[in-house]
Ligand binder design. Sequence first.
Ligand SMILES: [Fe+2]
Ligand SMILES: [Fe+2]
Length: 475
Amino acid sequence: MTAIDYNEKIPNNVDLASDRTLQRALEQWQPNFVDWWREMGPEGSHGFDVYLRTATSVDPEGWAHFDYVKMPDYRWGIFLAPESPRRKIHFGDHLGEDAWQEVPGEHRANLRRIIVTQGDTEPASVEQQRHLGLTAPSMYDLRNLFQINVEEGRHLWAMVYLLHRHFGRDGREEAEALLHRRSGDVDNPRILGAFNERTPDWLAFFMFTHFTDRDGKFQLKALAESSFDPLARTTRFMLTEEAHHMFVGEAGVSRVLQRTCEVMNELRTDDPARLRAAGVIDLPTVQRYLNFHYSVTLDLFGADESSNAATFYATGIKGRFDEAKHDDDHRLRGDSYEILDVKDGRLAPRRVPMLNALNEVLRDDFVRDSVGGIERWNKRIEKTGVAFRLALPHKAFHRRIGTLANVSVSPEGEVLTRAQWTANADRWLPTEGDRAFVASLMGRVVEPGRFAGWIAPPAIGIDRHPIDFEYVRFG
Ligand SMILES: [Fe+2]
Ligand SMILES: [Fe+2]
């Protein structure tokens, strides 16, 4: 695989120089992207030298090159995983045919919509996280935040490349619009709900990267199966970066739990008020944050019954998570799947055609993956001797999209009246008071090797450097 030439204006491994029109279009978009970064990227960070990972090629050795970089000068580039010649379509009605190197006219609108929706999440999360640098709990964490931010920026580049290269004029217009929508904006919001929520503090950030970036993983895994080969190849490379984002989330929450449990043991108490007075986040508050971010993320998978999902699969646009590992005919006509319905005020399973349930199939894969994360957090708690377990709320809890949006369900899966639900919501979701308390802990700690009192240090540093390495030079 050829290494990327960083002397080029737009680093790439797609031989951009051979397509002058495309190159020029992207070079026109580039300054608008940088303007967006300066306006909506990490606040107050533009002069910092940050110890960042930059891909130099897409093979395993090449994409983990570390150096100090000023973020506005980060070399956002276009990297596709290598082409596999003669790749075949391996699911849907076109199974066995050659994969598409160009967009088939009849799938153009759907492919564009999928790429735009994915692309929109990338700058959205940068916008959601843009104030967090001001309250970083350590220099190490600050660096990780910035790493995620530049990579989300690169994921935007990846989708914009596809739009410019394959969708002509409307692709270019969509690429512009990706820089104009704003997370949480009333008039011009980002496309998906969870990407318009605020990420006001670092506990929210860790939950977001644990759960919402994990949604990203599942969406990208499904798109990595696409019959549209350039989409499959670009998402495969994005997944290598996504793994680090989820690591930051999982390890971040884990370190919060560690610190809280240490203080619980020191003070021999589980009284939230005493723990808060001691400057750590009580475990029930962590659970409420978890409930919020998990349920909001579940909605990202879309309606449980969806004719779009059926179309995307049947036409070969979007596969399932680990498509090849499914032991079936990969066409799914005539198969069925159980979704959760509401009947006489109760949750009741109902069988629907598998093709229409593919959002739910992907959501259930995500749920399984999330269970693993909770178990690792609980192990961490267990090791400190504290008797407390985190739990994933029921799939029907606090849902806004699909059948379950019409029902009020407790985290344990009990169907409630709206009034019962509202009376208990403060026990289940972060309250104003919770958020205000967590916000009160957020203060900037950025001397190398120092950590805020509410979070334990990580076990190891980045790129084999010590924890007190100077990950960010403020200049
Ligand atoms: Fe991303
Ligand atoms: Fe991500």
